[in-house]
Design a protein around this ligand. Structure first.
Ligand SMILES: [Zn+2]
Ligand SMILES: [Zn+2]
Ligand SMILES: [Zn+2]
Length: 196
């Protein structure tokens, strides 16, 4: 267990953890169908939650397994996970090693956002600010720009809306609920694990 804790703090996804995540995916689907319960990979070095997707319309990271649906997209309508990898969100508030805590899920828009900013809860595409009520505590990989196995960099924090978005898309910086496109100025370089 000591090894597992160290691996989690370092932000590295051990081989055995990958196997656990993959094997538990089917279980995770069943769990998630009943709500937004913590899904898979509880036994992994870093507890993770499956069900996260990239929206090609707004470039945002959102939770696609909620019983309430695909949320609200700043590019109109709902988020769309078509073409997205299957991402894992790391559960916890760890701020050591290569993990940054303070990230939350917004039940109004289904998006992932940074809730610890001095500027507040940002802008929600569903109106007003994002809310963290009912959310798990998430941590993200940082700094992460390399393409380690099953890890994708290119993710950024938008200081206008507090949202997590993919800044490396050929289509550009997406659509920000605060107006215009997301911006990456001032952001760390984030990464996510994904399932093969
Ligand atoms: Zn969207
Ligand atoms: Zn929101
Ligand atoms: Zn934004």
């Amino acid at each position: 267990m000591e090894f597992e804790k160290k691996a989690c703090a370092s932000g590295e996804m051990p081989t055995f953890a990958r196997r656990t995540a993959i094997a538990s995916l089917a279980v995770g689907v069943l769990t998630l169908s009943a709500g937004r319960g913590i899904a898979s990979a509880q036994a992994a070095a870093c507890p993770t939650q499956a069900g996260w997707r990239w929206c090609h319309k707004c470039e945002g990271m959102f939770y696609a397994a909620a019983s309430a649906g695909m949320g609200v997209c700043p590019a109109k309508g709902t988020h769309d996970g078509g073409g997205s990898s299957h991402y894992l969100a790391i559960l916890g508030e760890t701020a050591s090693g290569k993990l940054q805590g303070g990230w939350r899920w917004c039940s109004k828009c289904e998006g992932m956002f940074y809730a610890a900013a001095s500027a507040g809860m940002g802008h929600c595409p569903a109106g007003g600010a994002h809310i963290q009520s009912g959310s798990s505590h998430y941590a993200v990989l940082v700094p992460a720009e390399t393409a380690a196995p099953l890890q994708q960099g290119g993710w950024r924090w938008c200081s206008k809306c507090e949202g997590m978005f993919y800044a490396a898309a050929s289509a550009g910086m997406g659509v920000c609920p605060a107006g215009g496109a997301h911006i990456q100025s001032g952001s760390s370089h984030y990464g996510f694990w994904y399932l093969p």
